[in-house]
Design a protein around this ligand. Structure first.
Ligand SMILES: Cc1cc2nc3c(=O)[nH]c(=O)nc-3n(C[C@H](O)[C@H](O)[C@H](O)COP(=O)(O)OP(=O)(O)OC[C@H]3O[C@@H](n4cnc5c(N)ncnc54)[C@H](O)[C@@H]3O)c2cc1C
Length: 384
């Protein structure tokens, strides 16, 4: 049988494509190597309010809301950011993804879990996919394949697509601890070089705890947990997962009969590492372009090149600016981070930030901080 679309990867980006393409009447088959959609995702599950307003997302998956954030400097100074309304929700990733799968299934998509795609072969007529299903290799064919494999870049290499410029290393765990009622972020090289740690409360002492760092995530996570239990008492950790996080713009995200979406295409906020919303936004663009290609019955690289253009127009500058700022930040010593922290606390900068703060869009805020506030002067001294 020749499917219209094969989606490889049942995360939010692939599932949203499957939902919208089936809704448009295409014949869609989704593969995921896990035994259950959304299972064991290494993710804190923070999704901004804008994503909930824009997409049909599972309200049942919401575990808590985030309004306030405490940021703690390398030397223990505190900034408390209080947002006037809800900034984001913390979701249960399994329920969140399962709902997107339910939407796709309700529009007629077929789904194969425990099916790992091991090779893709693109010819003029079709895309041939070989999947391993309970030890047996099976062949499936489609007119178009959507690559949505998260941080698995095997097919990017196989199909000569681009790769992320860089990676951060992420850790997330579920834990029980007393006394944390606000999302708390620690910055500094001694806990998370190049990025930050977080603790996000859920309910009854349960929190999501994790970090992103440019190296040695296991070492830094152990150190961070020790620090937390020294100040808050015993930390009961339920599960710990480690995973890289894509950083920077991917040069090429489509080719003949294939479009890459989500983290596979580097569609991740380079400031925070959050990828769910950008993946959803770009999967919508992929759907538009694929539907146009079906109307014209043309699936070559030039029919899909509009996808590359449109998604980069939407989030390309966000990715580039965030990545540049992250690289600058990762050069700072703890003492310099402390100075930056004190600049941010003074000069009315917190109300400046509050007025411009958008959970998913950081470029305008970063540029206006650099161009119009003492933070710009601070960085220009460092660069010299
Ligand atoms: C520690 C950590 C914390 C994070 N916290 C957040 C957060 O709070 N908010 C946020 O927005 N983002 C967060 N992220 C990032 C977020 O998890 C990803 O950006 C997001 O899941 C990407 O969605 P996706 O659909 O592109 O891929 P994924 O959700 O990764 O889905 C890819 C799917 O493809 C499947 N797959 C891969 N290879 C194959 C194959 N060969 N055959 C079949 N199936 C395959 C996998 O099983 C998987 O289900 C975090 C990441 C980490 C590491």
């Amino acid at each position: 049988m020749l499917y219209d679309i094969i989606v490889i990867g049942g995360g939010p980006s692939g599932l949203n494509c499957a939902h919208k393409l089936s809704q448009a009447g295409l014949n869609v088959l989704v593969f995921d190597k896990c035994s259950k959609i959304g299972e064991n995702k290494i993710c804190t599950g923070i999704v901004g309010i804008e994503a909930f307003q824009r997409f049909q997302l599972s309200k049942d998956s919401i575990l808590n809301e985030i309004r306030n954030i405490r940021i703690i400097s390398p030397y223990g100074s505190l900034i408390e950011y209080k947002h006037p309304s809800i900034l984001a929700y913390v979701v249960d990733r399994e329920k969140f993804d399962a709902y997107l799968a339910h939407l796709a299934l309700s529009k007629g998509a077929q789904m194969k879990s425990k099916s790992e795609v091991i090779t893709i072969d693109v010819s003029e007529e079709q895309v041939k996919v070989i999947a391993r299903e309970q030890g047996v290799l099976r062949v499936y064919c489609a007119k178009v394949a959507v690559l949505a494999t998260g941080v698995n870049f095997k097919f990017n290499k196989m199909l000569k697509l681009g790769l992320p410029e860089d990676f951060l290393y992420g850790v997330n765990a579920h834990a029980n601890i007393k006394g944390i009622d606000t999302t708390t972020i620690h910055i500094g090289n001694s806990l998370a070089p190049g990025a930050f740690t977080w603790i996000t409360p859920i309910k009854d002492g349960w929190v999501r705890i994790g970090l992103m760092a440019k190296k040695h995530p296991r070492f830094y996570f152990k150190k961070f947990c020790e620090m937390v239990s020294n100040s808050n008492g015993p930390l009961d950790i339920a599960s710990v997962g480690y995973k890289p996080i894509a950083q920077g713009l991917v040069s090429k995200t489509c080719t003949d009969r294939v479009i890459a979406v989500g983290e596979t295409a580097g569609q991740v906020k380079t400031t925070t590492g959050g990828g769910i919303y950008y993946g959803l936004l770009c999967s919508e663009i992929a759907v538009q372009v694929i539907l146009k290609a079906f109307k014209k019955n043309s699936f070559n690289a030039s029919a899909f090149s509009e996808y590359e253009e449109l998604w980069k127009k939407k989030i390309g500058n966000e990715i580039k600016t965030g990545y540049y700022m992250r690289k600058m930040y990762s050069k700072l010593t703890d003492w310099q981070i402390e100075q930056l922290f004190h600049i941010a606390k003074s000069n009315g900068l917190l109300s400046f930030i509050e007025k411009r703060m958008e959970f998913d869009w950081h470029r305008n805020l970063l540029l206006s901080l650099i161009q119009t506030t003492p933070i710009g002067r601070f960085f220009s001294k460092i660069i010299q």
